[in-house]
Design a protein around this ligand. Sequence first.
Ligand code: TYD
Length: 211
Amino acid sequence: MERGLFITVEGTDGAGKSTQLAYISDYMKEKGESAIFTREPGGTPIGEKIRALILDRRNEEMSPLTEMMLYAASRSQHVAQMIGPAITRGRIVVCDRFIDSSLAYQGHARGLGDAVEVVNQYAVGEFMPDATFLLKLDPKIGLQRIKEGEKDRMERQDAAFYRAVYEGYLALEEAYPDRIIGIDASQPAAVVSEEIRRHLDRLLLARKVQW
Ligand code: TYD
């Protein structure tokens, strides 16, 4: 059995995560690797219900602490039911957002700091990502890509909030240089994909060699 590999993709809204996740999926298929693709909040039936609750535009009165705990609850279920068992069985798991989203959005932008780290340590346990692609794009540009009528509760936050999320991500990149791979997402999508591919090749190779 091969060693499990846990990859996450992060970035502010509109940075091009969906495009690059589709690329990663195609590339894994091309390499004959069967990877599990999942997302947060969500990824399990319970998590998807929590997702609907968090992103519902009508829930304007949700407190920052409630929001943080709901994201963590979704994550806890996701790790227990899906990510943990898959990695333990030696599978490759690619997750659209994970702990760094909580650290940047709730920890940094909402100002909940250490509480987010503590709660999420319980949610994640030993299943920290092996590698995290951080798509870096000025949030102003990213948000322009999303239509007003299609914005969920989070995407309706103001520019200062998104600036703080972005700064939170940059601080995480600096704090975890071995895990977080920052990529300039203002480049054409194909150039971003090419950078991701180089790292994927390295990660897939290391997985085979180390085992
Ligand atoms: P996402 O699924 O990326 O949104 P979309 O499908 O619309 O691109 O994420 C939903 C929103 O939740 C996004 O604004 C980021 C936010 N979020 C947090 O604030 N904290 C978290 O821990 C996670 C996972 C997401």
